[in-house]
Design a protein around this ligand. Structure first.
Ligand code: ADP
Length: 376
């Protein structure tokens, strides 16, 4: 390879070259200044001895010998110093370049899709004693960690979505094949079943779209001061009929004189509809669902409580994860995609609130509670 090109494309070579230039300049300055200093040094230290050594005709050769001696000694010393300096520069530039090389290598591997790659760091990491290169390696590792997480989420999401889409699609395909082969009767019941699956697919796609919007944070909250009692009242009115049809009682218990909250009314309706929809779905006929609201510290706590099928404690922490369903077949039969609570959680958190679930156990009902900060 052309040496100029090599130096151009290698930081280590550039670093070494810069050291060499410094060494050369040092040696050059040493030689030139010694050369200039020689006559005066000779004058001061040797010339005075001229008389003793046999007169001024000796001065010329003596000076030449003196100069030769100085040049010889100096050249030898400069050579030794030069060699030592080059060796040290080689070592130092290797030390400086090693972490840069490690980061380059790791970034190449990440670019190839190996997200587990990390740069080695000193064992006893002390934030105070980190130099710029250590810090670069540290931030690089943090970036790699984030990339790995995002990649894992992406892979899992694609897997989940494919799995969720496959079930209704398989059912539709099976029914259509059955119709073509004449195994299934071409009657309303068959078409209704196909329609139900198509509707489920559409709902799933809508939910996914909404999920990606809330997860990316690409929705705007149109916050305005509102009374939470009023918002609950409106939602209950909208859902009254569905509860009536399933014979589940719908009750309201909202504390009087609650302070106003600054919220996006449509989003609060969406949260309440999701929670009430679930409560209705998982509560058998004859049961009861209560929506209550009260002040708790600096916020308002809203509780949607049902007397339904309840939830085992081990499921409670995962209910808000996407596609998590306690009983897949039961949830799916009711059109559930397992995304509703994930969307709800994002909406509550975008308002600065929190959401969680409680349940004493199976068949003992459950409660979903969320908070909203009081507007100042
Ligand atoms: P889905 O669309 O399946 O209802 P969600 O995200 O809304 O999805 O809920 C996730 C899971 O949480 C449900 O599949 C169900 O198992 C459980 N769940 C939600 N609400 C209730 C409830 N009120 N009672 C019992 N289980 C519930």
């Amino acid at each position: 390879m052309n040496p100029l090109k090599y130096i151009h494309s290698h930081f280590g070579a550039k670093l070494l070259l810069s050291y060499l230039v410094i060494i050369m300049v040092g040696v050059l300055v040493l030689m030139v200044s010694a050369e200039l200093a020689v006559p005066r040094a000779f004058e001061r230290h040797i010339a005075s001895m001229g008389g003793m050594m046999g007169g001024s005709h000796m001065m010329g050769p003596l000076f030449n010998n003196f100069r030769a001696a100085v040049t010889e000694a100096l050249s030898l010393a400069a050579l030794a110093a030069f060699t030592a300096a080059v060796l040290v520069s080689l070592f130092v530039s290797q030390r400086v370049i090693a972490p840069v090389r490690a980061i380059r290598f790791a970034s190449q591997r990440i670019a190839e899709g190996r997200y587990t790659e990390r740069v080695g760091l000193p064992a006893n990491l002390d934030q105070e004693s980190l130099d710029e290169l250590d810090q670069l390696a540290l931030t690089f590792n943090q970036m790699a960690e984030k990339l790995e997480q995002t990649e894992n989420i992406r892979k899992q999401l694609i897997g989940d979505v494919a799995h969720e889409l496959r079930t209704p699609l398989t059912t539709i395909q099976g029914s259509m094949e059955g119709l073509i082969d004449g195994i299934l009767p071409a009657e309303e019941r068959t078409f209704q079943a196909i329609l139900r699956e198509a509707e489920r697919l559409r709902r799933l796609v809508d939910d996914l779209q909404e999920l990606s919007r809330v997860e990316a944070g690409s929705f705007e909250l149109n916050k305005k001061p509102a009374s939470i009692g009023g918002l609950i009242e409106e939602t209950l009115k909208r859902m009254e009929r569905q509860f009536l049809e399933k014979s589940v009682r719908l009750l309201k218990d909202v504390a009087l004189d609650l302070p106003q909250v600054s919220v996006d009314a449509d989003r609060i309706h969406q949260i309440l509809i999701n929670l009430l929809g679930n409560a209705l779905q998982y509560t058998p006929s004859g049961g009861q669902v209560t929506v209550s609201a009260r002040q708790a510290g600096m916020g308002i706590q809203i509780r949607v409580e049902d007397t339904g099928i309840g939830i085992l404690p081990e499921h409670l922490p995962y209910l808000f994860d996407r596609f998590y369903r306690v009983d897949k077949s039961r949830s799916r039969a009711g059109g559930g995609s397992g995304i509703g609570l994930t969307i709800t959680k994002h909406l509550v958190e975008s308002h600065g609130g929190q959401i969680w679930a409680e349940s004493p156990g199976p068949d003992q009902g459950s409660a979903f509670i969320f908070t909203l900060p009081i507007s100042n």
